[in-house]
Ligand binder design. Sequence first.
Ligand code: ATP
Ligand code: MG
Length: 723
Amino acid sequence: SPDGHQRLLDSLNPEQRAAVTLPHESALILAGAGSGKTRVLTTRIVWLVQTGQVSPHGILAVTFTNKAAKEMLTRISAMLPINTRGMWVGTFHGLANRLLRTHWREAGLPQSFQILDASDQLSAIKRLMKAMNVDTEKYEPKKVQWFINGHKEAGRRARDAEAYDEYSMRLAEIYEAYDAQCQREGVADFPELLLRSYELLYRNEPLRQHYQDRFRHILVDEFQDTNTLQYRWLKLFAGAHSVIFAVGDDDQSIYAFRGADTANMAAFEREFAHGNVIKLEQNYRSHGNILTAANTLIAQNAHRLGKNLWTAAGEGEPIRVFEAYSDQDEASFVVDEVRNLNREGIAYADMALLYRSNAQSRVLEHALFSAGVAYRVYGGLRFFERQEVKHALAYLRLLTHPEDDGAFLRVVNFPTRGIGARTLEQLSETAARAGTSLWQAACTSGGKVAAFARLIEDIKRATADLPLPEAIGHVVEASGLADYYRADKDGADRLENLNELVNAAALFAEESAAEASASDEPAPSELDRFLAHAALEAGEHQAEAGRDALQLMTVHAAKGLEFEAVFITGLEESLFPHEQSTLQGSGTHADEGLEEERRLMYVAITRARRRLYLSHAQSRMLHGQVRYGIASRFLSELPEQVLLHLNRRATPAHVREAPAPSPRAARAGEDTGYRVGQSVAHARFGTGIIIDFEGRGPDARVQVKFRDGTKWLALAYAKLSPA
Ligand code: ATP
Ligand code: MG
């Protein structure tokens, strides 16, 4: 209704409204953090559909993370009472996967092709290099992976790879053999999804025509971070009647190290937007002090397109700066503060703990865990990357796609079935001679290997008619994985994760049942879709999804998100800015690295709505070494008047946490009602015995020895009961 359209537009400022209601032409929305780019993009989709200019079917929208894609779909569904399934909204990889699943035949892939994540890919490369007798000292597998992916992301196959000397020619050879191996095994790595779907459309004119006619409106968020191949991929979808609506912020370009190129923005302006550039300058996210800090910082970069941001919100609170003695001290400061904020009424889920490198999360996680604060890590070791989960997935892959040698090798002797390396070598030789997969070779051989093949066949028969979650439950039992972890004294967590995999499948089945009914495409089997989901999923469905939990992630993973309170930790030279950025090259290269780090810091600061903490530590354990850091240069690049330097607390944590003789422990526990030696029960860890105490009153913590290990627990949160 016209009323509906008006309400939709009422909540926007004039520039935003102009962007949302642009006529049918391509445009670039160039604007700073928090200025409503994503909101404009989402609202434009709704507006286009509501005003009947395009059917949901004609929309292709690309975002950077799964989390962002989900949020976008949720927002669209809230404004538009339609089924969003026909709309293509997702990440580049997710959409490429969708295309390839629909047109697997034309793309030269098996219908149930499997996706290799980065670690699967590395094992596949190592296996290949072994078969090719490549010296892994001279050619490090990780570098080979980097070489292959770099070329794929630039749209180059092995034959087009830059090879000018013996070394690079050998690399190109490995690349070629690797692609052949993937093809044989029916698997595709991440960059392959994109390159393969690009080649598919590029070569297949009728198909390209079909999609170009279909997608009238292509919308791209975070455009500054597209790489060469992604930009070319987008262009292929854009036909004579399509328009591209790209939103981005050059100041938030943080993926140059992975081939992203802000030059794409200039190219896009030239090739599509033809000067149709809209700037948004009002920031709706952050209070004044936070914005002043962000603006002042980024002004120190020389290479910018130049934008201003202002806010109508007041100055707000000062930015709190904390200098810790150590990383542990920093962690316990954070724990204290998040609890205080939570008591003041901010949900944990509305607070983010950011760090530059994944390695920094361990100490923070430890402190949060000990204090009983629920937290969730994004982009760390993802749920689907855990060893036990990957084992289970490998069994599932063999059910649907037995030619997958990587999956075969992962579980043929796990749990152990007495199949030795020697047997597997022979099997590989047989397979290589006959030009078949390991699976086929196993089926025609005898002994334990054949027994394994029969096991897989049995499981396949038994699960054929089961709903997905039950099928997975059966696989976990019948494969012997469950028994294996039951027998392992450290296996409890792993068993729990395998249960969680069944839950994840149940959730997936539920969600996809709702969507599938509206789908107009031939659907791959539910198992295949679940496996693709497992490979592409960034961990949002981790254990205990839905519970109020503090959000932990790297700054890269925080792009596009916002939180009431944000902690940026580890602000030390060589950590943030990262040493690689400042060591790298000299002259302009060094500047480029540093400028990218500064943009990263700009992204981090601009995630905060109301409260921002910046912390650094005098010493830190990292990669097994104590490092003595000096405060990051970024701190000194912020205007003093918006900062508040917090006073060190009376007792530094490292003193508080020193190992205590037992008399102190007894004293410390006096006021708690518990004593050392007492048996207690915990909902999750079972029963255990108190072996130590520290702190008093609301800060009291106990150390409890459970069957599966020793844990420090905060009494105020752990809900222990006498056992
Ligand atoms: P980033 O660069 O970090 O991705 P962005 O430009 O995409 O930021 P959004 O996330 O779309 O910004 O918007 C930032 C916040 O401001 C959101 O909470 C959004 O709902 C709010 N917002 C945007 N425009 C308006 C407006 N006109 N009135 C009120 N709130 C707005
Ligand atoms: Mg955004």
